[in-house]
Ligand binder design. Structure first.
Ligand code: ZN
Length: 263
């Protein structure tokens, strides 16, 4: 009888030992496998990001910027504008600087001066979408904040423009010379105060009329900045013929100008 009870007790103990063994084995496998499962996932994730970056470059932006880098700004405008949404510069705030360091030629660009935002253009068929910041041809132009170059394209009368996404707005630096600053390309990030272009000269205008035609956009919208069918209008009733997130450039630009003069 004692032997039978002993054998049954032994079976019970064996049963629990087997249970404990499998539980321990399960825990061991879980702890052992977990990092091995996660590590490849993390690596794949990183690789995917890298591949995405590469593929976005292969979608035409590199080709476009190479064309422009050869000195001709007549690249593909749509490609560079599409890239505006996929990557953004540092989202931190910025205290913008005036885009020119040589202030000696800047004229009053308040509205109503013919150089101001909303002034009549093209024989009173459209409103001026920018602020005209006068400076001699070849004068360096600087990024007002950190940002990313979205486009370098043809503009008016043989000049070009550089479009840059800054943290809180998009700026178009217009009527610049057609040659890239060496080392810059579409999609490049630029630092505040970095030279991004030089003042150009519109064909047919007097040599005294050279400037940065400076436009600001909130950046809430996407696509080409020049939308001829835009319904946004100046107080005069004329259309700006620009993308609808166009901002009045005057107040911001004038405060940056005042700061530059006082420093
Ligand atoms: Zn202008």
């Amino acid at each position: 009888m004692t032997q039978i009870v002993g054998i049954q007790m032994q079976k019970v103990i064996d049963f629990f030992l087997v249970k404990i063994f499998y539980v321990a084995l399960g825990l061991h496998l879980f702890c052992f496998c977990k990092p091995n499962v996660l590590q490849p996932l993390q690596q794949n994730s990183t690789a995917d990001n890298g591949n995405n970056g590469t593929s976005s470059l292969q979608n035409g932006n590199t080709g476009n910027s190479n064309v422009s880098a050869n000195g001709n700004a007549s690249g593909n405008p749509n490609v560079s504008n599409d890239s505006a949404n996929t990557s953004s510069p540092d989202s931190s705030d910025c205290s913008p600087i005036f885009p020119l360091k040589d202030l000696s030629h800047v004229l009053d660009f308040a509205p109503g001066t013919s150089r101001g935002f909303g002034d009549n253009r093209d024989k009173n068929t459209r409103a001026h979408a920018g602020c005209d910041l006068y400076a001699p041809v070849h004068t360096p132009i600087y990024a007002v904040c950190d940002g990313q170059i979205l486009a370098f394209e043809s503009f008016y009368l043989g000049t070009s423009y550089v479009e840059i996404k800054h943290p809180n707005f998009v700026a178009r630096y217009g009527e610049v010379e057609n040659t890239w600053i060496p080392g810059l390309n579409v999609n490049d990030n630029v630092k505040q105060g970095q030279q991004i272009a030089t003042v150009g000269h519109c064909n047919g205008l007097p040599s005294s009329m050279t400037m940065v035609h400076f436009e600001l956009y909130t950046g809430d919208l996407t696509g080409p900045l020049t939308v001829r069918s835009s319904t946004i209008k100046a107080p005069s009733g004329l259309s700006y013929q620009r993308r609808a997130d166009l901002k009045n450039c005057y107040d911001d630009t004038y405060s940056w100008y005042t700061s530059a003069k006082n420093n």
